[in-house]
Design a protein around this ligand. Structure first.
Ligand code: F6P
Length: 516
């Protein structure tokens, strides 16, 4: 049943209007177990949800909404490998990439045993290759050329796991078709010391193909001859990679969405950076979260609680964005990664049957690491006219010895969440903080391959939960197509100067950017 037609939706609407005066400070004063009740552990992640605009009734109603919209059946269908990506008629099995060896030997067996065997075989050969590159002192620079899901995940993870990265190798990520990016990277490289990874699920993405061709031309111009040794492709389109002239290819499958592909061959730069055992730990952390998502009861299921909270905020309290503040500088690309994950998955205006929706879907996600954000846009979070739920992500143990810095960092994270909630009265107005502003606090013990894996799988599944309740297909991305088609046309027109049939604005801009 579509979510807005369920009894729970109706009850939540009534509950939201009855709760207009909800005040976090009062809620804490009235319930000395609130922090405890609204906190929980999940694999590698502790979550404090207590500073959110929810109470026990809200959570119970949201769980009813999940049940009435068939969340568990939908989740189980994904984990059975059913084609829940209906518009592309594909299964959604990024979770299979992190299944340990030997799973599905028993009851489930059959259908999933075969893809799992392929996954394991590809993983083994990719990790063996990663180890040979790690041992190859000649290769000092690894350049990943890819965009979107073929860039954001590996880039975020290599940065996040910098303490585990092999010394003596540098990792570069080129995504933009803007030649400034590739040119700047190439400037510091020598062909004989460079490995290019051409990462593209489709091997047709114009940005990636343009960068790959230019990288190949540069390599050859530098006297590079051994393409097989210096170029590898990570793709589902093995034939296109071969046609491009790349002989070393690691494949994956159409049932891995681009933004869910870091666990596949697209993770090769991560595997080279942290090594085979590290990459296996990364997968194991994510797998632990998969199991939690599959088995924990709704009321103690962290991805479910977060995803339902997202629905509550978006549809009942009309909070249209969420700010992400990683209090760890190595997680500085996490907001960009999460933007694609959530906004490309759930930025949809029709349901699974193509019917226009009368309610909102994906919020806007944005953010920067704390404490930097505090000195930039947190002003708006504290005193602006819109309420923006904040998600703080902190790590208990630092990997450096500047202990006093870390204490200060964590103090800031806790203090910001506290300040948002408690506020401060000031008669004069300008120094008045209303308080009662919501936040979620996620805490990892340490930032390791396993905990990062768990954190990312948590985010993937919370996006699944809200998308499932909204009744949308979180696994297609038709919205990116129109711009691609028009860019092709405009590109041809920039070359020819033909503006016939264009709107006046586009024609004017085109004429301005033409050379000469
Ligand atoms: O244009 C959007 C998109 O298709 C993303 O979904 C994807 O992650 C990205 O482009 C890159 O695609 P590919 O890996 O096929 O080059």
């Amino acid at each position: 049943m579509r979510c807005d037609q369920t009894p729970a939706w109706k009850a939540l609407t009534a509950h939201a209007s009855a709760a207009t005066g909800f005040d976090l400070r009062v809620a804490f004063a009235q319930d000395d177990r609130r922090a405890q009740r609204l906190s929980q552990n999940a694999p590698h992640v502790f979550a404090d949800l207590s500073k959110n605009h929810v109470d026990a009734d809200t959570e119970a109603l949201l769980q009813a909404l999940a049940r009435q919209t068939g969340l568990c059946a939908h989740r189980d269908a994904m984990f059975r490998g059913e084609h829940i990506n209906t518009t592309e008629d594909r299964a959604v099995m990024h979770w299979l990439l992190r299944q340990p060896e030997g799973a599905f030997g028993g009851a489930l067996g059959g259908a999933l045993a075969e893809p799992l065997a392929l996954v394991q075989a590809t993983l083994s050969s990719m990790l063996a290759y990663a180890e040979t590159i790690r041992a190859d002192a000649q290769i000092t620079d690894v350049v990943n050329i890819g965009i979107g899901g073929s860039d954001l995940g590996p880039q975020m993870a290599v940065l996040a796991l910098q303490d585990f990265v092999i010394p003596g190798k540098r990792f570069h990520f080129v995504s933009n078709v803007d030649g400034h990016e590739l040119a700047a990277v190439l400037k510091g490289l020598r062909a004989e010391h460079t490995l290019f990874l051409i990462a593209s699920k489709t091997f047709t993405t114009i940005e990636t193909m343009t960068n790959a061709r230019s990288a190949l031309a540069w390599f050859q111009a530098q006297g590079g001859a051994d393409v097989a040794r210096h170029f590898a492709a990570l793709t589902t389109n093995v034939a296109a990679a071969a046609e491009f002239g790349i002989r070393t290819t690691f494949g994956f499958w159409d049932w891995v969405g681009g933004r869910y592909s870091m666990w596949s061959a697209i993770g090769l730069p991560v595997a080279i950076a942290i090594g085979a055992p590290g990459f296996r730990d990364f997968l194991a952390g994510a797998h632990a979260m998969d199991q939690h998502f599959q088995t924990a009861p709704l009321e103690a299921n962290l991805p479910v609680r977060l995803g339902l909270l997202d629905v509550w905020y978006r549809n009942f309290l009309n909070y249209t964005s969420r700010s992400i503040a990683p209090y760890h500088s190595a997680l500085r690309r996490l907001p960009a990664y999460l933007q694609q994950l959530e906004m490309e998955s759930n930025g949809k205006r029709v349901d699974r049957n193509g019917q226009a929706l009368p309610y909102g879907t994906s919020p806007v996600l944005w953010g920067e690491p704390g404490t930097n954000g505090q000195h930039a846009y947190f002003q708006m979070l504290h005193q602006g006219t819109d309420v923006v739920p904040l998600e703080l992500i902190a790590v208990k143990k630092p990997s450096h010895h500047l202990v006093d810095h870390h204490e200060l960092l964590l103090a800031n994270a806790i203090a910001q969440a506290q300040a948002l909630m408690v506020g401060k009265a000031d008669e004069g107005g300008h120094q008045h903080f209303t308080g009662n502003r919501p936040s979620t606090f996620l805490l990892l013990d340490e930032l390791t391959p396993a905990s990062l894996g768990a954190l990312i799988a948590l985010q993937e599944h919370r996006v699944f939960v809200s998308g499932s309740v909204w009744g949308i297909n979180s696994f297609d991305q038709w919205g990116v197509e129109l711009g691609k088609v028009l860019a092709k046309d405009i590109h041809a027109r920039i070359l020819s100067g033909d503006v016939h049939g264009l709107d006046a604005s586009s024609a004017g801009l085109l004429q301005r950017v033409r050379p000469g």
